[in-house]
Design a binder for this molecule. Structure first.
Ligand code: CA
Length: 655
């Protein structure tokens, strides 16, 4: 890290002091490159003097690492410092040195830097339009209708690091692994892996765990691993995912190539973003305007609502602007199709609405997804009447800002904080009362919160945090035989998926849930090792798990083929049937309401025995039952009565 500052822990501006600083509305912060000159602008209203420092290399350790020159920056109004350097600076590295009235000084990477040297300790001047893969100008976002959305969450390295992935060793764990369209298991030419596998799974969007530049993995030494919730440079792709972290254009080009390849496969790309905190309390942001960026308690101590350090004060105008600018930058320059806000309750609701409005203003921007975790990791302190963007702020939040629904998650498979606690599919049948509310995406307000639209509600049972679904089912069955495709657990798994993929809302799943992904009981693997985290592609084709993957594929096809299931077009909550015991059954509207065709009847049987259930009037055919699911009806016509297999989902469509 360049020049460690020394004043930040003690300094704090209260709301009035912060509000007295000038606001800068311009869109030209950072290093704006042209062939003739580069213009540098930094918002630092409390600095007394600022110097631009230019380098030929991105790290101290490289040849030509020495300082090339220093340029004093001049005040340019509204708290901004400006310097212009003539000539073509593309590929040059830089930092800023700031001096304050009390005699202290510090050095920072430009918070608006477009790229960086290895380990992110120097920013980089970049001609963004040249750091592109072939065909980038023709890259377009795939058009995905709202009812067909299903998110698949993965980590860039986990995706391809398995030595059996069929990806060449040099590209495993890298952005570029996503660009290989035809990989197979150990190169056998038969069993698709990675992108080749995703092309036929049936999910619509790939959510990537943080891929901006994070702090804890050494980019200059291979072998590190982290989930990446430790932000360093918000507008720079992570260097350890690039084949060359030393030259800042490479990570930009390779990250874009990943997005392009996913788009070509018809998949959207959602970026997991962590604007709630910075990894270092002594962050570049806090160094530039000490006391402005981070939240403090009334006593002036840093708050820790993230559980990982200092919280950014999103409600302050320049912090809000920074978050909005950064999201828009990724949407425009990397063609990102959605943003998942980590610990969204640490953002204030007005900031989230400002992000939504800024995305909506882009061409096609209304289709860009925006959702987040409606909770925090601890106490924070918002000022000036700002409201946390949690479930209680749904009245304030735009109807196209979504949230992860822990109510549905825990009702299906049990509480995430108590490994042995079951849900509806694994023994706690009473949780079915909660699921009745999940059917209509909780829009009746039964959970103590009131979504404005079904599409706001992210329906899921597993994500990177906590146990994988398979490990949770093992925990509630009191077994540690994680690699055994036990029939009961497979049935519970199918029912869990069957529920969140037939209720209204936007479905979401952790990568590999569909083949019983296991971390062998580890409920927090954020620091690695990679061997525990990476997708095990052999498991996708192992007996028992292979059939589970096929079931998911069929279920996803069913979901896409039956738009009313999602509630995305404003359909009312489905009509619940009165059924005996712990059975749940409901009927959705058909695609043709006047003709009553295409109505669907859905049943969940969580019990270990087969049970009879009445069918509504009409003639029905199966779309899913037991281990089979798909978009096309199968089996004989059914009327009046049917039998539900043990621990099963059954879906029928009216003829
Ligand atoms: Ca990094």
């Amino acid at each position: 890290m360049p020049g460690i500052g020394r004043r930040f822990w003690g300094d704090w501006m209260d709301w009035n002091e912060a509000a007295a600083l000038p606001y800068y509305p311009g869109d030209d912060l950072g290093a704006v490159w042209t062939p003739e000159r580069t213009v540098f602008k930094l918002w630092a209203p409390t600095a007394q003097r600022v110097t631009l420092r230019l380098f030929a290399a991105g790290t101290d350790g490289e040849p030509d690492a020495a300082l090339l020159g220093e340029h004093p920056m001049a005040p340019a109004g509204q708290g901004v410092w400006c310097a212009t350097a003539d000539g073509d600076l593309n590929g040059m590295y830089y930092t800023y040195r700031l001096h304050f009235a009390d005699g202290s000084d510090t050095e920072v990477v430009d918070p608006y830097a477009r790229s960086a040297g290895a380990d992110g300790a120097r920013g980089m001047v970049l001609n963004l339009s040249a750091a592109v893969p072939q065909g980038w100008a023709q890259d377009v976002r795939p058009v995905i209708p709202p009812h067909a959305r299903c998110i698949w969450e993965c980590h860039v390295a986990d995706f391809s690091a398995d030595p059996h992935s069929g990806v060449p060793k040099s590209l495993r764990g890298k952005f570029r692994a996503f660009t290989l369209p035809d990989t197979t298991l150990d190169g056998d030419g038969i069993h698709p892996t990675c992108l080749n596998y995703l092309k036929r799974l049936g999910v619509s969007h790939i959510q990537l765990m943080p891929m901006f530049d994070y702090a804890t993995v050494r980019e200059t030494a291979p072998g590190g691993y982290n989930w990446g919730y430790d932000p360093l440079n918000y507008n720079v792709p992570e260097g350890s995912y690039a084949t060359d972290p030393f030259h800042g254009a490479v990570r930009v080009r390779e990250c874009r190539a990943m997005v392009q390849a996913l788009h070509k496969a018809g998949l959207g790309v959602v970026m997991d973003v962590v604007y709630n905190h910075t990894y270092f309390a002594d962050s570049w942001l806090e160094r530039t305007v000490p006391g402005y960026w981070d939240r403090r308690t009334a006593e002036g101590k840093l708050t820790n609502g993230s559980g990982c350090g200092s919280d950014l004060a999103s409600e302050r105008p320049m912090v809000r602007k920074y978050i909005v600018d950064s999201v828009v930058f990724w949407a425009k320059e990397y063609h990102i199709d959605g943003f998942r806000f980590d610990l969204m309750a640490l953002e204030d609701a007005d900031t989230m609405n400002a992000v939504r409005a800024a995305l909506d203003a882009l061409p096609g921007g209304r289709d860009i997804l925006l959702y987040g975790e409606p909770w925090a990791g601890g106490a924070t302190r918002m000022e000036h009447g700002a409201r946390p963007a949690d479930k209680s702020a749904l009245d304030r939040l735009d109807a196209r800002i979504g949230f992860f629904c822990d109510n549905t998650r825990d009702a299906i498979k049990g509480n995430v904080f108590d490994a042995a606690a079951p849900g509806y599919v694994n023994g706690n049948y009473g949780a079915g009362y909660q699921l009745l509310h999940a059917l209509g995406a909780w829009r009746g307000g039964e959970g103590g919160f009131t979504p404005k639209a079904a599409g706001q509600v992210v329906q899921y049972v597993s994500a990177h945090d906590n146990l994988t679904l398979w490990d949770k089912l093992c925990a509630t069955a009191h077994t540690k035989d994680w690699d055994n495709p036990d029939e009961t657990l497979l049935a519970q798994n199918r029912l869990a998926a069957g529920i969140y993929l037939t209720v209204q809302g936007m479905p979401f799943m952790q990568a590999g849930e569909e083949f019983g992904r296991t971390k062998h009981g580890c409920d927090n693997s954020y620091k690695g090792p990679l061997t525990r985290n990476r997708l095990d592609w052999r498991r996708a084709y192992a007996p028992g798990f292979r059939e589970l993957t096929e079931f998911y594929r069929g279920l996803l096809a069913l979901r896409r083929a039956c738009p009313p299931l999602s509630g995305a077009a404003g359909e009312p909550a489905p009509m619940v049937q009165a059924l005996p015991g712990w059975l749940i059954g409901f009927v959705t509207e058909g695609q043709d309401k006047a003709e009553h065709t295409g109505e669907m009847a859905v049943y969940y049987n969580p019990e270990p025995v087969a049970q009879p259930a009445p069918l509504p009037a009409g003639t029905w055919r199966l779309l899913a039952q037991g281990a089979q699911a798909g978009a096309h009806p199968f089996g004989p016509r059914q009327t009046a009565q049917l039998e539900l297999p043990p621990r099963s989902l059954t879906v029928l469509i009216a003829e």
